[in-house]
Ligand binder design. Structure first.
Ligand SMILES: [Zn+2]
Length: 311
């Protein structure tokens, strides 16, 4: 009896991509884009709550590998999928790797959701955990994607650091919710200085009652140098990378970049959408600087990455 040979393309996902989950109710979000932090630990001014703590080793991903799958909507949108993969490549200078899931128990699902950019902080050890990257709202800037991925790796917002009042001030009269602007003493910065240019720092006018008035800004002595850096969503800062390397004890170890990201089939359209914010910002910028926490410094780093990627 004749048995047909079924050829399975090697790039085919092992399993059917998961459905795009409904967004969590906004009431469950901490600081607007963090899922899974219970309100009790927030009220106590503490983030020690179990596995969510940034300093808690249990929230790390084993072998510094974050397995991912894309949801159905993403699998149907090759252009947006490539944008997310490009953002993931930005972590290559650390030892953390986003790898296509094979059979790992814990993994993230890149989920299109509904106008929401949100993530858990670190490995929740719950099997699948969502990273909401609403198509459009969260994919227009690579840094928005990297922001959520950095939460997933295990970090809270930069301005939550216990020492932040030495660097920034809060306009309490203009914040929508004081809970969004607290600082916490049990997160760790891994010995690194305050980073105005962190991809995880709020922007100057974020979460304000009046959106044209500032809510958070550098203290006077830092304002000239760092006002344009805070809230940047262009690219990981040098310090973001270093913090990841320290959290995951990378040392000099840098694993190879995983397969599955073909640079040759990146169309002009994708190039356009992934680099437009970079180019717009570059036009507005002043002289490039070596200081990576400033906006020109970030853009110089990002430009270097694209040059290496697209030639
Ligand atoms: Zn965030």
């Amino acid at each position: 009896m004749f048995t047909p040979i079924v050829s399975v393309p090697t790039s085919a996902p092992l399993l059917e991509p998961p459905d795009d989950a409904a967004d969590p109710p906004t009431g469950t979000l901490f600081e607007r884009d963090i899922m899974g932090v219970d309100s009790e630990s927030v009220e106590q001014g503490s983030l020690s709550g179990g596995k969510n703590g940034v300093s808690n080793e249990a929230a790390r991903w084993p072998n510094a590998e974050v397995p991912y799958v894309f949801s159905k909507l993403y699998e149907r949108d090759a252009a947006r999928k490539h944008i997310v993969l490009t953002a993931m490549r930005g972590f290559d200078r650390t030892c953390v790797r986003f790898i296509p899931r094979k059979n790992e128990r814990d993994y993230i699902v890149i989920n299109a959701g509904n106008r929401l950019c949100a993530s858990f902080v670190g490995n929740q050890h719950q099997g699948k955990q969502d990273v909401f990257l609403s198509i459009g709202a969260c994919t227009d800037e690579l840094g928005k994607i990297q922001h959520e991925l950095m939460h997933a790796i295990g970090f809270y917002h930069e301005q939550s650091r216990i020492d932040r009042d030495d660097y920034v001030e809060i306009n309490w009269d203009n914040v929508q919710s004081r809970g969004d602007f607290q600082r916490y003493d049990n997160t760790t910065a891994f010995g690194l200085p305050y980073d105005f240019g962190s991809i995880l720092h709020y922007g100057t006018n974020d979460l304000g009652i009046n959106e044209s008035v500032w809510t958070i800004r550098p203290l006077l002595q830092y304002r000239a140098n760092y006002s344009s850096a805070i809230g940047q969503r262009l690219w990981l800062s040098d310090s973001d990378e270093e913090k990841i390397n320290r959290m995951y004890k990378c040392g000099k170890h840098r694993p190879p970049v995983p397969e599955g990201f073909a640079t040759t089939d990146v169309s002009d359209h994708i190039m356009e959408s992934t680099t437009s914010s970079y180019r717009t910002a570059r036009r507005k910028s002043s002289t490039p600087s070596d200081r990576t926490t400033t906006r020109p410094g970030i853009m110089a780093r990002m430009g270097k990455f694209f040059k290496s990627l697209f030639g």
